[in-house]
Structure formats: structure tokens, C-alpha cells
Design a protein around this ligand. Structure first.
Ligand code: SRM
Ligand code: SF4
Length: 606
């Protein structure tokens, strides 16, 4: 358990030379249009007429299931990605057929809360347009896969009918805002959810393009004045994606250290909110072999009173808007801006924009970044059931759990709400005591009971193949088998009940946050992974590359001796991620730039 007051292992700022921050907003529209060295996406944004591009026309072109390349970038701001089925790509190429194109659609659901009525509509959409599946993501929302172009507008209209949308679920904007689910801490959850929704609303792009294109809405006229059309973003939006989360200690289920901007609730002894610590500069994505790209855990920058939180969010985002790198997208996230100019300069600029000095962070403690499974009773006597959903894939498994049908039946009788967690799970929340038995019966009838071992309930895998265009290796379709193997190995050392976090991704973009997991697997190529160890159980410390480019079949053999050593030599209460560092198996990572240093196994594990 680490005490953050602020980050105990933050790198010493002494000796580090930072660049001088820009004094004014670096690109005006005119400058941007002229600047040839800006990243290609900047030009696409400028030319798009506030995210319109040629999307409306592209949808009418029936000869192809795809859209143009530039529109493919723009459509992300509308919450969609053009994909193709990679399982059949080679076969189709051989037959000289076009790729099997379809779209992934991601919803914006601040804090991951949906009503039963909304659930039923989302279920209908899954059955009608999206291959009978919903996919709960690592950022508390749903994705649909496999929606074909001719069904896009119908799908969006149905989403609108659920009083939901997909605006800014992807793209260079503030994305879906996550919030702690904390079923037991009702008051704190309410505050966290409110802040998440407020930030989501206030930092939402204001262009009417989404309604126009997908719902045949009227074009809102207002000239071409950026200040009027997009008062916060302007014509060029942000240099890169921007992610915001709200956490309530002691649970770090939202993995606050992995995000650009975070708010940590500081509660008094009576669990009343006194304000928020603000975190900045977390992120996971990197590129194999490029050491100027790295994951980074966020810094705990300052404390704000509740009434200043929204202003602080806008200030952090607009400093990144103005200081972020628009020439190189690989170095454009806020984490690199902070590495470039230093936290002190960044904080000073945020304070200038908030209009006051901000207090230093208050102490807080996180105990873990996983979910609490099973029933818990909240402060108000309502009950909440967290159910494990393997990789968040809500579908009916032949001969197995019927997640789609089961949750539908529950939605038909449930009077509370559903909450998606950042660990791809689902909470049936706000159940009165009298309804518990009915919910339990449905959970049993549809096979939704957890029954997962300790490692599995702490496992997270990104989508990867077959839909993700960036995957180098399997993840969601591979991790369950590996976990079965590792659970055998753990049991042989008496560690079957040990909570150890394990996460896999098909590439180093880090969508399941593998670099803050005690065991992290990151795809290198078909059936080959980098193996990372040594992250903190509470998600506050990055891991380190332990073994490079291992075959999937080797992983159990590599980890087994480490589990044996852990079982024999661990200290009471010590977590696996801390143990491998103390026992000298792998070096500790202090933060982002240190991630690539001192890699590799430090001693033979046996
Ligand atoms: Fe992600 C891109 C899926 C959470 C870092 N992510 C992608 C794309 C859209 C691939 C693409 O660009 O073509 C993936 C779509 C796969 C598919 O078929 O659905 C994809 N990311 C996901 C999801 C669905 C993973 C999951 O299994 O749940 C998560 C959706 C979250 C959401 O609801 O918004 C998801 N992605 C994350 C996270 C985790 C987080 O934010 O907590 C990260 C790491 C944190 C971070 O942002 O640094 C993450 N995704 C990336 C990156 C690397 C960004 C970077 O700074 O380098 C990319 C690639 C990119 O942006 O260029 C990416
Ligand atoms: Fe795709 Fe890589 Fe993200 Fe996995 S980590 S979903 S493979 S982009």
C-alpha cells in the first residue's frame, strides 16, 4: 500500500533542464493552414469544417463499405472507427476482394451509468446491427463492433433514442470521463459521478456536425467564427486524445495514474467531500523500439476546492491544447508536454488560467485497482452486485454464460441502474433488499455467476484481433487460456487465492493498461509478447520489461519459478509486483523516462 503525499517516487526535478513554455497559443488557424510541418491530422482537422469533412457524402457511396482516409480520421471524433475483419483479410486479398469493412462504434457514457431502459435499447441495437454483442471497455463505456456502413445512421438514431450519443468518444478531444463506481460509498460516488458528467458536458465539442450527419439535424449557422462554434477547442481541437477520470480512494479502479487528467476525492472523517487532488500527465501508449515514447504515471499536481474543479479541468486541457506537440503525434499527449516543460511550469500556467494559486495535494491512499466482486451494501441500505464479465464481452456463449440474454432479463425487472467499471465488468446497482433474490435467481439461471479464480478476476485484456487494426498479437482471445495455465502454476505453490493483477494487450498502445499491472504482456508479433513485471498493485508504479519477445508457450515456464520464490520468500501482505523488485528479479521503474532503463531479468529466477 503506497501513501501518496504527493507521489513518493516522483523523479527528483534537480538537474533536469526543461524547455521554455510557449508564451501564447502556438497556432492560429491561419498559421496552421500554412505550416507544412504540422502532423497530417492537424490539416485534416483544419479542412474539416468543424468535423464534417465529406462524411455525409461518403455515407451515400454504396460501392464501398469504407469511407475516405481523411474521413476515417474525422469519424473518430464522432465515436467511430473504420475496421475490417482481420481473420479473413488474407483470404479476401487472395480472392482479390475488398476488405470486409465495418465500423466500431463507441458510446459516451460519463461514469459508465446506464438505466435499465437504456440497457434494453442498447441490447436491441446489439441484436439488430452489431452481431449480438456489446463490448464493455476499459474506460467504462460500450462499443459495438461490426456495424456496416449502410446501418450506421440507423444505429446512431437508435443510440439517440436511448438518450445517449457517441460524440467525442474517440478523436483529439476530451474523451468519455470515467468515475469511481464505489457502490458502497454512495455520497462519494454521487460527487464523483456529478463531476465526471459536468466535465464531460463542459468539455464536449460544440459543433453541430454530429447531429447533422447522423440524425439529419439542421446545420446550426453561426458563421465561421471559431470562438463561436468551438469556444474551447477552436478549429484544430487538441493535439491528441485527452482522457479524464475521477477516483474515490481507497479504490483506484479507474486507474487514475494512466490518464491525462484525474481528480482524487479527498473526504473528511464523515466521508464528506472537501475537494479534489488533481493529477496530470498519465498515459500508457508507446511504440516498440522507440525509447522517446513511453508510458508514464500521472503526477499529483495540486488540490482544488469543489467549486474550482471544473475550472481546473478546463485549464489543464487548454494548456495542453496550447502547449502540446502538434508536429509529432507520437509525442503529443499531455505526458510528453509535462516532460518537456516540467510540472512546475505547467502548474503555474494552470494557476494563471484558473485565476488563483492552488493548494498542494492532500494525502490519500489507494489499496488496489481491481473491482470488488459480489454483493455489497451501500451507506443507504441499497445493494449492489458486481459481476465478472470476461473481457467485457456481453454476448451469449454457446454452452456457457448467456451474458446478453441474462443482462436483458435483469434489465426487464431491475429498478436501479447498471454501472460499467474500468475493469470491463458490470455492476447491477441500487437493488432494494427485497429484489436481491430475484436478481440472484436470474444471475444463476443465465450462468452469470462469477466462479473466477483470483488471477482471472484480476485479469484484463484489450480487444486486439480480429477487429483492431493495430494488433500485433492476440489478446482477448488468448489471455483466458494463459490465465488457466498460470492458475495451475499458482495453485501448485499454494497461491490460488492470491490477488495478482495480469493484463495483456495486442500491441504497446496499452489499451488494457498493461504497464501498471503486476504481470503485463504486450504483443510483439503472432504468439510473441514482451513480459513486464514489477508494477504496483494499486496502479501507481510502472512495470519494467523483464523478458523480451517470448513465445506464448514459454510464459508459464518463465513465471513459475518466480511464483515459487514469491510463495517461499514474500513478506506478510507483500504483493507480487513489490516482491519481484525487493527480491532483485527486476529493477524498479520510477517513472516514464526511466521505463526503458535497466530492463531485463536481474538474476536467474530458479
Ligand atoms: Fe485504446 C487505439 C481499443 C482503452 C491507448 N484502442 C485503439 C483502437 C481504437 C485502435 C485504432 O486506433 O485503430 C482500438 C480499437 C479496438 C477494437 O477493435 O475495439 C482501441 N482502447 C480500446 C478499448 C476498447 C480496449 C478494451 O479492450 O476495452 C478501450 C476503449 C476505451 C474507451 O471506452 O474509450 C481502450 N486505449 C485505452 C486505454 C486505457 C485507458 O485509457 O484507460 C489506453 C491507454 C491509456 C492511454 O491512452 O495512454 C489506450 N488506444 C490507445 C492508443 C495509444 C495512445 C497513445 O498515447 O499512444 C491507441 C492508438 C492511438 O491512439 O494512436 C489506441
Ligand atoms: Fe488494439 Fe493495441 Fe489497443 Fe489492443 S492495445 S486494442 S491491440 S490498439
Amino acid at each position: 500500500m503506497d501513501d501518496h503525499s504527493p507521489r513518493a517516487d516522483a523523479p527528483a526535478p534537480t538537474g533536469r533542464v526543461y524547455e521554455t513554455p510557449p508564451t501564447e497559443r502556438p497556432i492560429t488557424d491561419a498559421e496552421a493552414a500554412r505550416a507544412a510541418n504540422l502532423a497530417a491530422n492537424e490539416h485534416i482537422k483544419i479542412a474539416s469544417g468543424y468535423l464534417r469533412g465529406t462524411l455525409a457524402d461518403g455515407l451515400l457511396k454504396h460501392a464501398t463499405g469504407a469511407i475516405s482516409e481523411d474521413d476515417g480520421q474525422l469519424v473518430k471524433f464522432h465515436g467511430m472507427y473504420l475496421q475490417d475483419d482481420r481473420d479473413i483479410r488474407a483470404e479476401r486479398t487472395k480472392k482479390k476482394l475488398d476488405k470486409a469493412y465495418s465500423f466500431m462504434i463507441r458510446l459516451r457514457i460519463a461514469g459508465g451509468v446506464v438505466t435499465p431502459k437504456q440497457w434494453l435499447i442498447l441490447d436491441d441495437i446489439a441484436r439488430t446491427y452489431a452481431g449480438n454483442a456489446l463490448r464493455a471497455t476499459t474506460r467504462q463505456t460500450f462499443q459495438y463492433h461490426g456495424v456496416i456502413k449502410s446501418n450506421l445512421k440507423r444505429t446512431m438514431a437508435a443510440i439517440d433514442a436511448a438518450l445517449l450519443d457517441t460524440i467525442a468518444a474517440c478523436g483529439d478531444v476530451n474523451r468519455n470521463v470515467m468515475a469511481a463506481t464505489n457502490p458502497a460509498q454512495v455520497g462519494a460516488h454521487r460527487e464523483a459521478l456529478k463531476l465526471a458528467k459536468d466535465i464531460s458536458d463542459s468539455l464536449l465539442p460544440k459543433t453541430s456536425a454530429w447531429r447533422e450527419i447522423w440524425l439529419d439535424g439542421e446545420r446550426v449557422v453561426g458563421g465561421e467564427d471559431a470562438a463561436e462554434i468551438e469556444p474551447i477547442y477552436g478549429r484544430t481541437y487538441l493535439p491528441r486524445k485527452f482522457k479524464t477520470v475521477v477516483a474515490v480512494p481507497p479504490s483506484n479502479e479507474v486507474d487514475i495514474f494512466a490518464h491525462d487528467l484525474g481528480f482524487i476525492a479527498i473526504l473528511d472523517k464523515k466521508n464528506k467531500l472537501t475537494g479534489w487532488n488533481v493529477t496530470v500527465g498519465g498515459g500508457m501508449g508507446m511504440t516498440h523500439g522507440e525509447t522517446d515514447t513511453f508510458p508514464r504515471t500521472a503526477d499529483v499536481m495540486c488540490f482544488v476546492k469543489p467549486e474550482d474543479a471544473l475550472k481546473a479541468a478546463e485549464a489543464v486541457m487548454t494548456v495542453q491544447r496550447d502547449w502540446g506537440n502538434r508536429k509529432n503525434r507520437k509525442n503529443a499527449r499531455l505526458k510528453y508536454t509535462i516532460e518537456r516543460y516540467g510540472l512546475a511550469a505547467f502548474r503555474a500556467e494552470v494557476e494563471k488560467r484558473v485565476g488563483k494559486k492552488l493548494a498542494d495535494p492532500k494525502p490519500f491512499t489507494f489499496t488496489g485497482n481491481g473491482d470488488r466482486y459480489g454483493w455489497v451494501e451501500g451507506e443507504d441500505g441499497r445493494h449492489h452486485l458486481t459481476l465478472y464479465v470476461p473481457s467485457g464481452r456481453i454476448k451469449d456463449v454457446e454452452g456457457g454464460p448467456q451474458f446478453l440474454s441474462g443482462f436483458r432479463r435483469i434489465a426487464e425487472v431491475h429498478e436501479g441502474d447498471f454501472r460499467l467499471t474500468g475493469n470491463q465488468n458490470v455492476i447491477i446497482a441500487n437493488v432494494p433488499a427485497a429484489k436481491k433474490a430475484e436478481i440472484d435467481a436470474l444471475v444463476a439461471e443465465y450462468g452469470l455467476t462469477n466462479g473466477a479464480g483470483a488471477l482471472r478476476r484480476n485479469a484484463l485484456a484489450c480487444v486486439a484481433l480480429p477487429t483492431c487494426g493495430l494488433a500485433l498479437a492476440e489478446s482477448e482471445r488468448y489471455l483466458p487460456d494463459l490465465v488457466s495455465e498460470l492458475e495451475e502454476s499458482l495453485a501448485s505453490h499454494g497461491l490460488q487465492d492470491e490477488d495478482i493483477t495480469i493484463r495483456s494487450t495486442g500491441c504497446p498502445n496499452g489499451c488494457a493498461r498493461p504497464f501498471i499491472s503486476e504481470i503485463g504482456l504486450v504483443g510483439r508479433g503472432p504468439e510473441r509478447y514482451h513480459l513486464y513485471l514489477g508494477a504496483a498493485f494499486d496502479g501507481s508504479r510502472l512495470s519494467k520489461l523483464y523478458r523480451e519477445d517470448v513465445q506464448a508457450s514459454e510464459i508459464r515456464g518463465i513465471l513459475d519459478p518466480l511464483f515459487a520464490d514469491f510463495a517461499k520468500n514474500r513478506q506478510p501482505g507483500e504483493h507480487f509486483g513489490d516482491f519481484v523488485i525487493r527480491a532483485g528479479h527486476v529493477a524498479k521503474t520510477t517513472n516514464g523516462p526511466d521505463f526503458h532503463a535497466r530492463t531485463g531479468a536481474l538474476k536467474p529466477a530458479a
